[in-house]
Design a protein around this ligand. Structure first.
Ligand SMILES: NC(=O)CC[C@H](N)C(=O)O
Length: 391
């Protein structure tokens, strides 16, 4: 019933080679190797545009158990450059499943490897920091030779460093579009299942797309926001000409620092006093636009159980995270205050302007499948738009 999988290897830039089996498309892929500790949500992780040019290792050992469906996607395609897992079950089972993870990876042409020691790999990344790697997945019958291994290490070494890379432009929408789809429900009042539609918009939000995740747009629509999603390079004047109640700065891949066009647009929008909310890359861009600095972390935060403390209330939330850069707390100017901090490593997780209605969060308050502890930040954004309207 099951054919023997072809061999695959993962080579790191430091020369380490892990051997496993191919579970996706044959071929070669390179990127920054990162690890994500989430137990659920592999489909949402693969389709998150912030994973562009990254090879994602999932530390949870069984991945693919519930298959793949057409609804749980954060964008229109798999965005991660490759997938690294311990074990792909030969059978999947779920009432929503439409195909297996392996079929999905092959259909999308994504190279992926299973059967290697993901714990050893993760320990190496934790100790030495994130580094570039290459996955080579052979075709059935092809032999794994020393030449293949050497080529893979060379490919890992040749891959570009994430620091300094503007990847937002590579994932952004080419044209503006409107968004009104609301959150997924198992059972709506009318008995239907799935996503809903915003009937009566209360606010108009312009969302800068640096690689936006769909669930962010759904959570805005759920709260009465009609969203116009605009390309990353949209000048502030064009965004403001749409007369939005609020501006949203999305998550996205790569280094925030080279995104000078976005930093300039954010600075203008914030200066004008338009309520502004930034998530992840958008939060970093807001910080840079306000005069703070960002830096590359050792191995970043990628997972679904990161405790974050709200410094205003003392409340601790469990959050979803996916970032390799962070805002340097020591660099905050007088107009920015720290609002949230990571309880894993003390790094900055949230900021707010002291002089304008603008705030940002480093983690993912929209996380689907969760956790949902920090969804209140969307309510805060809506509150700022309400207040601005009352003036
Ligand atoms: N999820 C994101 O928006 C990630 C932001 C940025 N690319 C980082 O790695 O820090």
């Amino acid at each position: 019933m099951f054919s023997v999988p072809a061999p695959a290897i993962l080579a790191l830039a430091d020369g380490t080679v892990f051997e496993g089996v191919s579970i996706g498309a044959p071929g070669r892929t390179t990127g920054e190797v990162v690890f994500n500790t989430a137990i659920t949500g592999y489909q949402e992780i693969l389709t998150d545009p912030s994973y562009r040019q990254q090879l994602v290792t999932l530390t949870y050992p069984h991945i693919g158990n519930v298959g793949v469906n057409g609804e749980d996607v954060e964008s229109g395609a798999i965005q991660a450059a490759g997938l690294i897992i311990k074990d792909l079950p030969p059978l999947h089972s779920n009432f929503r499943a439409e195909q297996s993870l392996g079929e999905y990876l092959r259909r999308e042409g994504v190279v992926a490897i299973a059967g290697l020691d993901t714990r050893a790999l993760t320990r190496r990344l934790r100790e030495h920091g994130a580094q570039n790697g290459a996955i080579v997945a052979l075709r059935e019958g092809e032999a794994l030779t020393d030449a293949v291994r050497a080529e893979a290490v060379a490919a890992a070494l040749a891959a570009p460093s994430m620091a300094g890379l503007d990847l937002a432009q590579t994932v952004t929408t080419a044209q503006p579009y409107e968004w009104t789809e609301t959150e997924w429900r198992l059972k709506r009042e009318d008995g239907s299942r799935g996503y809903g539609r915003l009937a009566q918009p209360r606010f108009h939000v312009v969302a800068y797309d640096f690689g936006v995740k769909r669930n962010i747009l759904r959570m805005l629509a759920e709260r009465g926001c009609r969203v116009t999603v605009v390309p990353a390079r949209t000048p502030a004047a064009d965004a403001l000409a749409l007369r939005p109640d609020g501006v949203f700065l999305s998550n996205g891949p790569g280094d925030p620092e080279p995104c000078d066009y976005a930093i300039a647009a954010a600075a203008t929008v914030i200066e004008r006093g338009v309520p502004t909310f930034g998530i992840c890359l958008g939060h970093q861009i807001m910080a840079l636009a306000s005069g703070a600095r960002t830096f590359k972390m050792k191995f970043g935060h990628h997972g679904a159980n990161h405790p974050v403390k709200d410094l205003d209330t003392g409340r601790v939330s469990i959050t979803s995270q996916n970032h390799g850069f962070a805002v340097d707390e020591a660099s905050l100017p007088a107009t920015l205050r720290a609002t949230h901090v990571s309880l894993f490593d003390g790094t900055l997780q949230g900021i707010a302007r002291t002089d304008r209605p603008a705030f940002g969060f480093q983690g993912h308050p929209e996380a689907s499948p969760g956790p949902h502890d920090i969804g209140y930040l969307f309510d805060r954004f809506v509150g700022l738009m309400e207040q601005a309207r009352a003036v």
